[in-house]
Design a protein around this ligand. Structure first.
Ligand code: SF4
Length: 234
């Protein structure tokens, strides 16, 4: 069982400067010990999807099934998200899926592993991976799924419930926009300004699964994603 900790060394020192592709980052992340979550989880679950994705989704952390398979969004919440992507009109072939925290945090109850929300220390420790992923992606829309991802990208003051479904400027709305302002343009290390994009926050698909009125919660998720789909179509 993962213990609480007040501080963690962070992921930065596990990111090799020469890792200039998502595959290289993924390989490096498999050895990350930037916080204590690596100890009890099965493996690092790095982002997956289209490297030239128009839409990048950022969730909270891998769940039990993701931890076993090593792939993000393959459990019940992931299936629901894929259905919502289809129903909103977004192209499922052009998305990239990742999480703010890349190891499964859980509590053992008997033989069951019960999800535990990551603490701020885990979000902060893992943020360098998210920044490194964004440095290699060029999304037109970033979709933030739930409060943990919102904290990681937008800071603790952001309230998903208040600003969900609203298009915001990216990276200008990030907590530290400078982290996301430049992207490499070639293998020689040339960098350029990140093309302006938009960000949209919505609820995490697992919140739909936990809702008393799942149909209504699902409709809300699809309505938010439809805002993104329309923005891309426009
Ligand atoms: S949760 Fe993130 S920072 Fe912590 S060990 Fe895993 S990859 Fe590293």
């Amino acid at each position: 069982m993962a213990e609480q900790s007040e501080s963690a060394p962070g992921a930065q020192r596990f990111i090799p400067p020469e890792a200039d592709t998502l595959d290289a980052l993924r390989a490096a992340a498999s050895g990350c010990q930037g916080c204590e979550l690596y100890r009890d989880a099965s493996q690092t679950v790095f982002g997956r999807g289209d490297e030239s994705a128009r839409v990048v989704f950022v969730g909270e952390q891998p769940g039990d099934m993701e931890d076993q398979k090593g792939l993000p969004f393959v459990g019940p919440a992931g299936r629901l998200l894929r259905k919502a992507v289809d129903d909103s009109g977004l192209d499922p072939g052009h998305i990239y899926l990742t999480n703010a925290v890349k190891h499964f945090r859980f509590e053992l109850r008997g033989k069951r592993r019960i999800h535990q929300t990551p603490d701020r220390v885990h979000i902060t420790a893992c943020r360098p991976w998210l920044v490194a992923e964004f440095a290699r992606l060029h999304p037109e829309i970033v979709v933030v799924l739930g409060a943990t991802a919102a904290k990681a990208l937008l800071g603790p003051a952001f309230r998903v419930t208040r600003q969900r479904g609203e298009l915001l400027p990216w990276p200008a709305s990030a907590q530290h926009p400078e982290d996301f302002r430049q992207v490499p343009v070639d293998s020689a290390g040339k960098r350029a300004d990140t093309p302006p994009a938009q960000l949209l926050a919505t609820i995490h698909p697992s919140a739909v699964l936990r809702a008393d009125d799942q149909d209504k919660a699902y409709e809300g998720l699809v309505a938010d994603l439809t805002v993104a789909a329309r923005a891309l179509a426009g």
